[in-house]
Ligand binder design. Sequence first.
Ligand SMILES: [Zn+2]
Length: 217
Amino acid sequence: MRIEPSGVVLTGVCEVQTAVCQALKPAAITAVWAVPARTQINVCRACLEEKVRDGEWEIPGARIQQRADAAVYSADGELMLVVEVKSNPPAGREAATLWAEKIHRNLIVHAGVPGAPYFMLVGYPRSFFLWRQPFHAGPSGEPDEIHFGPLLEPYCGEIALPGTEEGYEQERIVSRWLEESVHGDHPSAPDAAPAWLQRLFNELSGGTVVRQTPVFA
Ligand SMILES: [Zn+2]
């Protein structure tokens, strides 16, 4: 959905109310317009960013905060891989791939992820999409590689810390998987990683995984 910012900041309750909402009680919000009907939506900054990161809202010209759910740096400190984790991709290869393309496109257009040679979107828990040179390929690029399989299953049975939010837990599981893969520890996964993923992990071998932080490229 295309969204136009009004530039108006007011005090009120956010109408979107995602899990990260900052205006469940009256707080600073902004009014945006849903195009073409020009319906007004009052939204807080956190929910606005969330809608863009989810691929649902496209706001021409807008930049959102740059962050990564996980990132992998090479042994010599270069940012190599940026990972975004999203839950509940639609069922079916075609629908899931379109969903992934939309999220990838939105993140590139709004500069929501730092530049890195690789961008991976994890459709939690079993969809994996990889783009090579995501900033050079153009925002509408299809994923270069796609894999559907239970790669994260060995990590899912671990006991979550009580009270942890679901999204946080998913990022933790993906980070654990990345860490072990980059360090060459392969737990007895019920299915083997595809060749392209093994090559990627070989390339990143000895690297460092950083989780949910602003990334400094
Ligand atoms: Zn909100």
